[in-house]
Design a protein around this ligand. Structure first.
Ligand SMILES: C[S@@+](CC[C@H](N)C(=O)[O-])C[C@H]1O[C@@H](n2cnc3c(N)ncnc32)[C@H](O)[C@@H]1O
Length: 236
């Protein structure tokens, strides 16, 4: 993308806007938590099926006992709908926004999910060891980050070899009809640069997700891939 200095600064500052709990954050969270409202607004605004988000979160319900999951950015905790009360998994919900983390904590309490740990973190500098998680979920997040490729690389670092990354993002090449949404989102300081689906494929492959699949739904792309074990991890 060819950017003016002012626009580059705005895109670089996108996480600071989210950290400050912009009014859009609570509206967004209301939308994804209220399925009927969310379905209608996502279809009307982004031509997209919000059901795919809920389905992707369901992967959490099928994890083996003892598995560990990282949800970043967790927002208000939409991915919690995949987690069952008493399910034997470590579930870490991370976000740069303290207000979003409070929403996730309240959501977890409402759902009786006492295995949820909330951690304030920047996706580019996650406070977790290498190889810590079996599954990372990152829904509607990459387009809110200043450097989506750096976020994917950091998610790969904290995943175990063979670990899975699944998520979704608003992409730049999913249709001109979504251009106003992207322009307004960036002007409002809520969207980062994102990229095209080819760029997303490249970022995922570079980070080690060689088998990543991308599915488009309106303005959004859903992606899922597993971290190819490196030679050293295979032979250890
Ligand atoms: C559109 S919301 C999506 C949240 C949630 N995954 C969902 O689908 O409802 C984007 C989230 O990204 C978070 N965020 C923005 N920049 C971040 C960063 N650098 N590190 C971690 N979280 C960030 C925001 O605070 C916000 O909660």
């Amino acid at each position: 993308m060819n950017l003016s200095g002012a626009m580059r600064a705005r895109l670089d500052g996108v996480s600071d806007v989210w950290r400050g709990d912009h009014p859009w954050a609570s509206f967004y969270d209301f939308m994804v938590e209220h399925e009927r409202v969310g379905r209608a607004l996502w279809k009307a605004g982004g031509g997209t099926d919000i059901g795919l988000l809920y389905e992707a979160a369901d992967e959490i319900a099928h994890l083996a006992p003892g598995a560990s999951v990282l949800d970043v950015p967790c927002g208000g905790g939409v991915a919690l709908r995949g987690l069952q009360p008493g399910q034997d998994v470590r579930f870490v919900a991370a976000d740069i926004s303290p207000a979003m983390l409070e929403r996730t904590a309240a959501n977890a309490a409402r759902r009786g999910l006492d295995q949820v740990e909330c951690v304030e973190a920047d996706v580019e500098h996650l406070p977790f060891a290498d190889d810590a998680f079996d599954l990372a979920v990152s829904f509607t997040g990459l387009h809110c980050f200043p450097r989506p490729e750096a976020a994917i690389a950091e998610l790969a670092r904290v995943l175990k070899p063979g670990g899975v990354l699944t998520g979704s993002a608003l992409m730049n090449d999913t249709g001109v009809q979504y251009a106003p949404m992207r322009v307004l989102g960036r002007a409002g300081g809520l969207l980062g640069p994102s990229g095209t689906r080819a760029e997303l494929t490249h970022w995922l492959a570079t980070a080690g997700f060689a088998d990543a699949q991308i599915r488009t739904s309106g303005a959004l792309a859903y992606f899922r891939g597993s971290l190819t074990p490196t030679d050293s991890s295979v032979h250890e």
